[in-house]
Design a protein around this ligand. Structure first.
Ligand SMILES: C[S@@+](CC[C@H](N)C(=O)[O-])C[C@H]1O[C@@H](n2cnc3c(N)ncnc32)[C@H](O)[C@@H]1O
Ligand code: SF4
Length: 474
């Protein structure tokens, strides 16, 4: 370890599910009725809708679910959508949702925009009829530009959808080819302008850097392009190659160039360039990897992460947080359709019920996505003092210059932001580290990666234990 490094190894994962460990649901459908309180309103909440399809599998993507061809000979899209709408209507009937404040809906996946315009309309109609959607409810449609034609842009601009998230990744066709992406540089630009001409304002783009073959000049051109586009929100991800993805194999076989070292001056410069250009665009880095123009934060993230409200995830591949349980619906589309058509919700995995301490840990990890923890918000929420509950860990962060203590909050330093996920991992409950009991359970997307990470060796990411730091107070 370099002597100035705060931890042995940097962790590059972008965000976290917590608690991560989940197990196959042994109770079947009765879990919902017997273990979840669906009668009592929950205050604020958000809804996630999973559209588990992509046109192609991007070679390194951990979110890929199922392939949907344009011809769709077996009507996969229609049978999925019929089931999804049934499930939406059923979930919408519980007072926990109908009598609470719905803050945001996020239609993602996979690829939300892949649905035909008529199916998209059916989905929106079902959501608006089943849930208390108001003009203030943020409704995001995630996807990519290739899915949009004039008809879809017309519909989206006149529909309750008020935020578009486009995976652009790069405006360079060569780089897009190497990551095996369906995104087309010109299509992205055309659709952004097309939506703006139709009156859509709130446009968010996903970009990636340090893809194989990527270099600083291409990245600078990508960033310059962003300046011209008049978008409102930007996420910038460092490209990762997860084990088990086709890209991992291709790199191992030497068929795709290696990515530059993530600690190299070039990669650091790429990040700095993104930050500087975002600043020139009048954007602020308001949370990890997320930049926006003032007033355009993601409301979905604010409630999901900052306020740790309930999240109702509907559809194959979705995760929820309901009544202190995390629950997951498997990404097996056919099984989902069958289960819903048999009149049941599909709950594939469940976590332990979160206790008070896990709640506090989760709250801290999520609010740290915004780089700070306010003392009064913590006190109002839990009735206890942050420094009494997590004093030794916070002292360690202060000592290592990863955070500073201000009058009203603990705030991450630039060094803390650089070692972002390591800092967040400090708050994982000691009992979860090294616990392998859930590694073979059904998990998907980033959850698999995080389950494996926490079931592994704590020292790798956080270094040797300093005794008092392991005290988490409930
Ligand atoms: C669910 S996808 C976005 C929506 C849509 N399917 C698309 O690709 O346009 C979420 C985002 O994850 C990011 N992503 C995908 N593969 C990645 C990888 N290997 N490393 C880092 N980020 C990745 C991309 O920026 C992508 O837009
Ligand atoms: S990046 Fe998007 S389109 Fe590509 S596989 Fe992942 S989810 Fe699908």
């Amino acid at each position: 370890m370099h002597s100035t490094q705060p931890y042995p190894e940097k962790c590059y994962l972008p965000f976290i599910f917590y608690p991560t460990a989940m197990w196959a649901n042994q109770y079947g459908n009765s879990f919902i009725q017997e273990h979840l309180d669906l009668e009592t309103p929950c205050g604020d909440y958000v809804v996630y809708i999973s559209i588990p399809f992509c046109r192609v599998r991007c070679k390194g993507c951990p979110y890929f679910v199922d392939l949907l061809t344009k011809a769709d000979p077996n009507n996969k899209e229609l049978s999925y959508l019929d089931a999804l709408i049934k499930d939406i209507r059923k979930w919408g009937q519980y007072p926990r949702w109908s009598k609470s404040r719905l803050r945001a809906i996020y239609i993602g996946g996979g690829t939300g925009s892949i649905l035909t315009t008529s199916n998209l309309k059916r989905l929106l109609d079902a959501l608006c009829e089943s849930f208390p959607v108001t003009k203030e409810t943020e409704i995001t449609l995630e996807g990519n530009a290739r899915d949009y034609d004039d008809e879809k842009m017309d519909y989206v601009a006149s529909s309750p959808i008020n935020r578009i998230s486009l995976g652009v990744q790069s405006f360079d066709p060569e780089v897009l080819k190497i990551v095996g992406s369906p995104h087309a540089a010109e299509a992205s630009e055309k659709v952004i302008r097309g939506l703006q001409q139709r009156g859509m304002v709130n446009l968010q783009l996903d970009m990636m850097f340090n893809m194989p073959g990527h270099n600083i000049d291409v990245w600078k051109r990508d960033l310059e392009k962003l300046k011209e586009l008049g978008i409102t929100h930007l996420t910038v991800y460092l490209y990762r190659i997860h084990e088990g993805t086709p890209q991992h194999k291709l790199v191992q076989e030497g068929r795709v160039p290696e990515m530059a070292d993530r600690e190299s001056p070039m990669v650091k410069m790429m990040y700095r360039e993104a930050r500087d250009i975002a600043k020139e665009m009048g954007f602020e880095l308001y949370m990890h990897n997320h930049f926006c123009r003032p007033g355009f934060r993601s409301i979905y993230n604010d409630y999901n992460l900052e306020h740790v409200s309930d999240t109702l995830g509907i559809g194959a591949g979705a995760y929820s947080l309901i009544d202190n349980y995390r629950i997951g619906t498997s990404k097996e589309v056919e099984k989902y359709v069958e289960t819903v058509n048999a009149g049941q919700h599909m709950v594939t995995t469940i976590s332990e019920k979160m206790d008070r301490l896990n709640h506090k840990e989760r709250y801290i990890m999520f609010t740290l996505q915004y780089f700070r923890i306010y003392f009064n918000r913590y006190r109002e929420r839990f009735g206890t003092e942050l420094m009494e509950d997590f004093g030794p860990i916070i002292q360690k962060l202060l000592r290592k210059n990863l955070a500073v203590m201000l009058e009203d909050r603990i705030e991450m330093t630039e060094l803390g932001k650089e070692w972002f996920l390591n800092v967040v991992l400090e708050f994982v409950n000691p009992k979860f580290w090294g616990n392998k009991s859930s590694v073979d359970e059904p998990n998907w997307s980033m959850n698999v990666v995080l389950v494996d990470l926490i079931a592994d060796n704590r020292e790798r990411w956080l270094g040797p234990v300093e005794e008092p730091e392991l005290t988490h107070v409930s």
